[in-house]
Design a protein around this ligand. Structure first.
Ligand SMILES: N[C@@H](CCC(=O)N[C@@H](CS)C(=O)NCC(=O)O)C(=O)O
Length: 144
């Protein structure tokens, strides 16, 4: 009986290792292709008078995008940031560590993309969902 349980645990462990390796390989192959696609489809940014762009740059200093590099939803948001010429700080939350912890502590979920919107008093709003983030950025920064 003990031997059978041991074999079952051994098999389960092997399966886990194989599945993990499979997805890691998939990521390694598909990741660069996704990034290449992002580069090829990179939009041209809007151009603003220097003073206006300076104001936008300062406002962007209060924003941060929590992302995974090869997440398609994050890429959608990054392309919109480029289209609107927004120098928003990007924070990679893919690996366990301080950035990911910050995201979970502040926003409540380890899900990306998430836009952190801070105010001068030090309060932050955490905005999830790529479509909502894009709508927010357009509403605030799209040229009239
Ligand atoms: N509907 C969401 C989907 C976002 C999404 O699925 N993000 C994935 C990465 S590509 C994620 O954060 N997965 C981790 C999780 O959901 O816990 C959006 O449009 O932003």
């Amino acid at each position: 009986m003990h031997a059978q349980a041991g074999v079952a645990i051994y098999r389960k462990t092997i399966m886990k290792v194989v599945i993990r390796a499979f997805f890691k390989t998939l990521r390694l192959v598909i990741g660069p292709m996704i990034l290449l696609w992002e580069m090829i489809t990179r939009p041209k940014g809007v151009s603003r008078p220097a003073e206006e762009q300076g104001k936008v740059d300062r406002e962007c200093g209060m924003l941060a995008l929590y992302e995974f590099r090869t997440c398609p939803f994050c890429i959608k948001v990054r392309q919109e940031m480029r289209r609107l010429s927004l120098p928003i700080e990007r924070r990679d939350a893919q690996q366990p560590g301080s950035v990911r912890e910050e995201l979970v502590r502040g926003g409540g979920q380890a899900k990306v993309p998430c836009l952190r919107v801070s105010d001068k008093a030090g309060n932050s709003k955490w905005l999830y969902e790529s479509d909502e983030i894009i709508a927010y950025l357009r509403g605030r920064f799209a040229p009239q």
